[in-house]
Design a protein around this ligand. Sequence first.
Ligand code: DLL
Length: 435
Amino acid sequence: MKNYYQKEIETASREDIIRIQEEKLIKQVRHVYDRVPYYRNMMEEKGVEPGDIRGLEDIHRMPFLCKDDLREAYPYGLLGTDLKNCVRIQSTSGTTGKRVIAFYTQKDVDLWEECCARAIVAAGGSDEDVCHVAYGYGLFTGGAGLNGGAHKVGCLTLPMSSGNTDRQIRFMMDMGSTILCCTPSYAAYLGETMAEQQILPEDNKLKAGIFGAEPWTEEMRQSIEKSLGIKAYDIYGLTETSGPGVAFECEEQNGMHINEDHFYAEIVDPDTGEVLPEGSRGELVLTSLDKEAFPLLRYRTRDICILSREECTCGRTHVKMTKPMGRSDDMLIIRGVNVFPSQIEAVLLKEGYSPNYQMEIDRKNNTDTFDVYVEMSELQMSDRISDIQKREKEIEASMRAMLGIGPKIHLVPLKSIARSEGKAVRVVDKRKLHD
Ligand code: DLL
């Protein structure tokens, strides 16, 4: 039996989805023009009036919005309603600049939680489940979003937040958690720690995991599924568009359905901004169609992916996005070569290493240095030095074949790379510190 949280809309015909999107878009453009001076100015600069947007094919006439605009408008410049109508804020971690603050009305919170509820049901969740939420609570959207979604589904919700791994495991075993929500790197760490505590995958009651907020590979999915004895589903979103739940994976585990009744998705060339035809790889641009407090039109996510409208066996009709293949702005250029951290991870997992790694890039004598620290398994640690060195060379060769550039590999003892309870720190780019 197929399970949907909102069957009618999740399986609506293409024509119905387009009609809904057009109606909402026309309303939303008028809303931001009337309510948000920042938007009105941008539209006037581009010579566009609300009446010019009569359907989806006109959306390209609207200006793009990017993270810098959000920073410039900080904190209230993009508010689409009076502050007294807002009931919540959430925020980005702000590690790469000024924080982005997202505002929500009660309706915004409800719609956001519904999107998360769709993801939970798509992962097999129901009111019979115990949903263990180990995303961070607080300003980060992961905890609040999945918590709200789990309530809507009627799950017994465990608001664990991140951290205190021993306590997480104890609650998971004692309360019989069946669905785990956290970052994929923390899921891998939980699996690793449970194995150390001699807890076998079949000892826990988990059946599914809903993992997102950072890039992860198919190889990592397989390794988490094995260590926890579950099915692992991807979920995508960003603070600017409410949080998790813009898109989620279904039983096919092959791409994430974008909630098209709430978000209109485009793929553009990250350099020129030109809209690319369906099936092209490019930057995802999202328009929130019905957010009241923080409505974003044509927001440049910087996430690189491909959209696909191939029929899905789950019956959902909403367009699918691939896993983000990196970001157009976190792509590293090392000795002139473009490197995505996900490529490093793919090689390591393929070669049988753990996903615990850290890349370190520096510049010495005007040349980039590129080191990758990789943790060994317990078994590998007892190997002779010469064997370890041989393996370092083998990984270097595989990386060179994949990237066209060979980093220096350092196999390091298990647990020597700091674990993260939230998003893993994969890249330490020391070049920036010198500028
Ligand atoms: O990470 C929201 C979220 C929470 C998503 C929990 C999923 C689960 P931000 O902190 O604003 O919001 O970071 C957003 O994280 O632009 C992507 O680059 C990255 N990201 C989010 N989900 C995925 C994913 C949350 N499933 C940024 N795969 C986004 C790869 C992801 N990257």
